[in-house]
Design a protein around this ligand. Structure first.
Ligand SMILES: NC(=O)c1ccc[n+]([C@@H]2O[C@H](COP(=O)([O-])OP(=O)(O)OC[C@H]3O[C@@H](n4cnc5c(N)ncnc54)[C@H](OP(=O)(O)O)[C@@H]3O)[C@@H](O)[C@H]2O)c1
Length: 275
């Protein structure tokens, strides 16, 4: 991974931070994204100290479409290509909150941000000869989608709101892989496992006891980012043990993938920028 330029969203904590460390050990040039400048810089300093690697940081609140656009602008100014984009940032909300653009906040961060950021950065990935997009979903992605409740219009339920956004990750990943299959850019998605992070501070002690340490929660992301075996693999879903797996049947429904895609374009107010 020597000198590969890799952007990891949500790298200030949890799985993203661990992946940044492991990729830095392998010699990659990491761009650690976070929303909190001090926290992200501190995480980057620690990794630099540990590995002596090339680590940059970039700050943006991914619930804001405007900040995602600013982030893309800065990345275009600073780098001539991106070898890997790891869409990893995520939240589990406990109450209904709306983003500045008026979207339910976990839908905005977990789905719309992946959609817009990938669209804006795809030209930079196209300039690489490595060309990978990694999408962090979850094994608890929902088995259904309610298009009339994407913004929790019918009431907020933490579990169903979160699991629906994680299903959206798969609709997005599979459809994007299909659209990019002739461009030689791979798009694969993953479930990192139940991992001991700050994603849900209200987790019960029983759940925490079952959770993997982040050093194990990084396995699938690392596999999708670095494995030479995946050079020609796209549109697949991988489990936390880095084995290819099947996601829930609905995630493969092409009509729903297309419907969410069109709706997402309406929400971000622009067409997805395919190369
Ligand atoms: N942990 C699990 O058991 C598990 C299971 C399945 C899937 N996942 C997925 O794995 C991914 C990483 O989660 P994690 O467990 O590592 O959680 P985490 O420790 O809470 O890390 C989440 C990262 O996303 C960032 N983030 C949150 N809101 C943001 C926003 N508005 N703008 C920009 N960045 C934001 C966080 O920044 P701060 O540091 O500022 O909070 C942090 O860097 C998520 O997509 C999650 O859905 C996790």
């Amino acid at each position: 991974m020597e000198n590969k330029i890799i952007l990891i969203t949500g790298a200030s904590d949890g799985i993203g931070k661990q992946v940044a460390l492991e990729l830095s050990v392998l010699g990659a040039h990491i761009i650690m994204h976070g929303r909190n400048k001090n926290k992200t810089e501190l995480a980057a300093d620690k990794i630099r100290e540990a590995t002596g690697g090339k680590i940059d940081t970039i700050i943006a609140d991914l619930s804001s479409l405007g900040q995602i656009r600013e982030m893309s602008k800065s990345l275009h100014e600073k780098y001539d290509r991106l070898d890997v984009l790891i869409n990893n940032a995520g939240v589990q909300m406990h109450t209904l909150e709306l983003s500045e653009d008026g979207f339910e906040i976990s839908f905005a961060i977990n789905h719309l941000a992946y959609f817009l950021l990938t669209s804006l950065l795809i030209d930079m990935i196209d300039k690489s000869d490595y060309r990978r997009i990694v999408i962090t979903s979850s094994g608890i992605h929902s088995e259904s989608i309610d298009f009339d409740n994407l913004q929790a219009e019918k009431g907020f339920n933490m579990y169903s709101v979160y699991t629906q956004t994680k299903l959206c990750n798969l609709f997005f990943a599979y459809h994007l892989a299909e659209l990019l299959k002739n461009n030689n850019i791979s798009v694969n998605s993953l479930h990192p496992g139940l991992v001991d992070t700050n994603l849900n501070p209200q987790r019960t002690a029983e759940i925490v006891a079952r959770a993997l340490p982040v050093t194990k929660g990084s396995v699938a992301t690392m596999h999708l980012t670095t494995s030479p075996d995946l050079e020609n693999v796209t549109g697949k879903y991988f489990n936390y043990d880095a084995k290819e797996a099947k996601s829930k049947p609905i995630s493969y429904d092409k009509q729903i993938q297309q419907k969410l895609w069109s709706l997402s374009e309406e929400m971000i107010g622009e067409k997805f920028k395919l190369i």
